[in-house]
Design a protein around this ligand. Structure first.
Ligand code: BTN
Length: 263
């Protein structure tokens, strides 16, 4: 079996005060970093653990989809956090905003968000997060699992060729995963540990939402809703006004959205 080196080694010592990345565990191959983080949480791990892998054999996305990423090209990681329970619904927003701010530093292409947590560039998806929660003896926890397409060549993967992009595709040159990861952990930590940033989170995140004001289709369990995305509430739920004028508050975990005039 081939062996790769840990490109992320030493990142944990960058800032001794940070919570996010307090301990970083790297796997050459794992099933899903979300599962690894969950097992650690159940075994009493304090918040801030980051599990990062070069390859996932069971990487998963929202709505039971798989997450495709070839070995050693992208960033696949999960962060274990133990927020105040009132802040749990905001964890997908922390992920999306931290990724968007990070990618701003690596490309001139505008980075937008598609509700609930796709990060997009040039009309294609560049990152997604799967946030899962649970509880252990020490209380509630959240696992933010994020995939960022750094050096992916989506044209080599028929199932995502038309919908995905990467920093390398946008910039036309290879980008250092280590540098992206370093910035991303700092951005996530800055948001998560700052009461001011957490207070401004919904506004800062909404400002990048390409979903707002657009007509969308929403699959919600077996229901299909059509309407206009009018805004988000203070926990990030999408406010969708249907054709009858009724406003639905949609939880991120339960729906998929399709922008009607784009992919
Ligand atoms: C989505 O857009 O549907 C969410 C994708 C989340 C993928 C990441 S990769 C690291 C972590 N481990 C997983 O199994 N999934 C998340």
């Amino acid at each position: 079996m081939s062996s790769t080196t840990n490109e992320f080694e030493g990142l944990e010592s960058l800032d001794g005060r940070a919570i996010v990345g307090r301990r970083i565990v790297w796997h050459e191959t794992t099933g899903s970093t979300n599962d690894d983080a969950r097992h650690a949480a159940d075994a009493g791990e304090p918040e801030g653990l980051v599990v990062v892998a070069d390859l996932q054999t069971k990487g998963r996305g929202r709505m039971s989809r798989t997450w495709t990423s070839p070995v050693g090209r992208d960033i696949l990681f999960s962060v274990l956090l133990k927020p105040n329970p009132a802040d749990l619904p905001k964890m997908p927003l922390v992920a999306g905003l931290a990724v968007a701010r990070t990618l701003d530093a690596f490309t001139d292409v505008p980075i937008t968000l598609k509700w609930p947590n796709d990060v997009r560039a040039a009309d294609r998806k560049i990152s997604g997060s799967l946030v899962e929660s649970g509880s252990s003896d020490t209380g509630y926890y959240a696992i933010i699992g994020t995939g960022v397409n750094v050096n992916l060549d989506a044209t080599l993967h028929p199932e995502i060729t038309d919908i995905a992009t990467s920093l390398r595709t946008l910039n036309g040159q290879r980008v250092s995963r280590r540098e992206v990861m370093r910035k991303l952990l700092l951005e996530m930590d800055n948001i998560y540990t700052s009461p001011e940033q957490m207070g401004a989170l919904v506004a800062d995140w909404s400002a990048r939402l390409e979903t707002l004001g657009r007509e969308i289709d929403v699959r919600w369990g077996h229901e299909l809703l059509h309407g206009v995305a009018e805004g988000v509430d203070d926990t990030g739920r999408l406010l969708l006004r249907d054709r009858a004028g009724d406003v639905h508050r949609l939880e991120a975990g339960e729906v998929t959205t399709v922008l009607r005039d784009s992919r």
